[in-house]
Ligand binder design. Structure first.
Ligand SMILES: Cc1cc2nc3c(=O)[nH]c(=O)nc-3n(C[C@H](O)[C@H](O)[C@H](O)COP(=O)(O)OP(=O)(O)OC[C@H]3O[C@@H](n4cnc5c(N)ncnc54)[C@H](O)[C@@H]3O)c2cc1C
Length: 469
């Protein structure tokens, strides 16, 4: 296909100012926040309406061109990376909060709205309600990307992941049809298509409008920083708190190596004997807060806590949250690259999972630092490495695979929140039988018979090769 004809066709749909074609611009879109890189693409288009997206996918179908939707490219599994060339459909210009309806506790947004901007927009209507899901990337990732990956976050322990907050979607299907699933009313007849599409990683269509649920802000919040000698003590405390009958809003764990990195970056001053930290946030009615904080402190004591600090209110709590929020930035000091593994186990298996992570790190002679959405049993062992050192990336990916194998052996999952993308296609066989994978594949091909919509992601490469032969 002549590239000038391609560009002319795309410009006719979205306007010349909304097509990026220079080599440098296209190169940027070959990456996301993962360690992977895509193939050369034809162009990047920035549509402003669902109708334009519909025309774009019909053009792609008619010309056999693959395409991939993109939010802000903060994904860590390569989901938004074009693996087969084609067109990137960047949703950044569809960034309007269309409606905030406090009486019905919902908002309607375009997919390119940044998570934190939605929260701010809701708060402009008064502080009673908020949109809860808060991935660590909330200052930059989009609601469309959050929906497509079914993103988790710090407060998902108590309030659930993105999918629990989505009431309905407008989507452009791969045949160009614009459909609405779910809606503003509480109960929708028929199969739960919203549930099917949330987390489908842009492989079943492109989300163009999202109805989100708003929840009441808690009356009171306290934040606690508990330091322990060992990771085992911290991890056992997590299960201890929940089995005592308390459900904190968040429980995040840091191990000694990431605490040291964070300390160098933001100077927290952790004592030398601290081997793990838990950040625990409680929320609820003011009258209950002191009693619940005492109960948490009691559980921490039974696991030999070294120190226990408390801050009251969201603003004051930020001091204690700093070590967690600075964690990913601090990793940048450890080497030129970092591979962030995303696995999940039942929370009672967290101590064993983290022991296995340490053993794997030792066997591969790799430095691994650990942060975890501990309340959810969601581990992020992170491996600093350098793509410039020969053999590093292969060793790192191999260690990552072993960590995921361990998670599955312990009754968990190969992903807690980042999705499968191109990173964990082959690890899908650790969790699903060939028949189960075929069921998923049939759903994909029923929506997208030409396999052009974010193609060749999620499914094991061996399965895709077999189907192609
Ligand atoms: C520092 C840091 C912290 C992070 N913390 C968390 C965390 O706590 N929890 C968590 O879950 N993730 C986290 N992430 C990962 C990432 O931010 C999330 O996966 C996020 O949801 C991706 O949003 P995005 O807008 O960047 O999407 P992108 O990376 O652009 O795309 C992600 C996927 O969504 C698809 N997609 C995007 N928009 C659409 C659309 N409109 N329609 C259909 N498909 C679409 C893409 O094709 C791709 O498959 C973190 C990332 C970083 C860098």
């Amino acid at each position: 296909m002549d590239i000038n004809t391609v560009i002319a066709d795309l410009e006719a749909i979205v306007g010349p100012q909304h097509v990026l074609r220079s080599r440098a611009e296209r190169a940027v879109y070959g990456y996301d926040a993962s360690v992977f890189r895509g193939t050369e693409l034809l162009a990047v288009v920035l549509p402003t309406t669902a109708e334009q997206i519909s025309r774009l996918v019909v053009w792609c179908r008619d010309h056999g061109v693959p395409y991939v939707a993109r939010g802000t490219g903060t994904g860590i599994s390569g989901g938004a990376i074009p693996t087969h060339g084609g067109v990137v459909i960047e949703l950044a210009l569809m960034n309007q909060v269309l409606e905030v309806d406090l009486a019905n506790r919902l908002a309607v947004v375009q997919p390119g709205v940044v998570n934190q901007d939605l929260k701010r927009s809701v708060q402009q209507h008064g502080y009673a309600y908020t949109y809860v899901p808060d991935p660590g990337s909330q200052v930059v990732s989009t609601i469309g990307g959050n929906v497509a990956t079914n993103a988790g976050g710090m407060h998902c322990l108590k309030y659930g992941i993105t999918g629990n907050h989505i009431l309905g979607l407008e989507m452009v299907l791969p045949d160009g049809d614009i459909v609405t699933v779910g809606g503003k009313a509480v109960d929708q007849p028929g199969a739960d298509l919203t549930g099917l599409l949330v987390g489908s990683e842009g492989t079943l269509g492109i989300v163009t409008k999202i109805i989100v649920r708003l929840l009441q802000m808690p009356e009171a919040v306290t934040t606690h920083l508990a330091l322990f000698k060992t990771v085992d003590d911290a991890a056992n405390t997590v299960s201890g708190i929940i089995s005592s009958g308390l459900l904190p809003a968040a429980m995040e764990l840091l191990d000694k190596s990431i605490m040291q990195a964070v300390d160098k970056a933001v100077h927290i001053g952790f004592p030398a004997e601290a081997g793990a930290a838990l950040i625990i946030e409680l929320d609820g009615f003011s009258d209950d807060m002191a009693r619940n904080a005492d109960r948490v402190a009691e559980v921490c004591k039974t696991h030999d806590v070294i120190s226990f600090e408390t801050e009251e209110g969201i603003e004051a709590g930020q001091r204690l949250w700093l070590s967690r929020r600075a964690a990913f930035g601090a990793m940048a000091r450890l080497d030129t690259d970092v591979y962030i593994v995303d696995g999940c186990v039942p929370r009672t298996q967290l101590p064993e999972a983290l022991r296995r992570v340490t053993a794997i790190a030792e066997r591969y002679d790799l430095p691994i630092v650990n942060v975890a959405h501990a309340g959810d049993g969601n581990l992020h062992p992170s491996i600093p490495f350098s793509k410039r050192r020969a053999g590093d990336i292969e060793r790192v990916l191999e260690a990552g695979r072993e960590i995921l194998e361990a998670c599955v052996e312990l009754g968990g999952s190969i992903t807690g929140e980042h999705g499968v993308g191109m990173e964990k296609q082959n690890e899908m066989t650790l969790m699903f039988t060939p028949t189960e994978l075929q069921v998923m594949r049939r759903i994909k091909l029923a929506h997208d018979p030409d396999d052009l919509c974010n193609p060749k992601k999620i499914f094991p490469l061996s399965m895709l090769a077999e189907a192609a032969s």
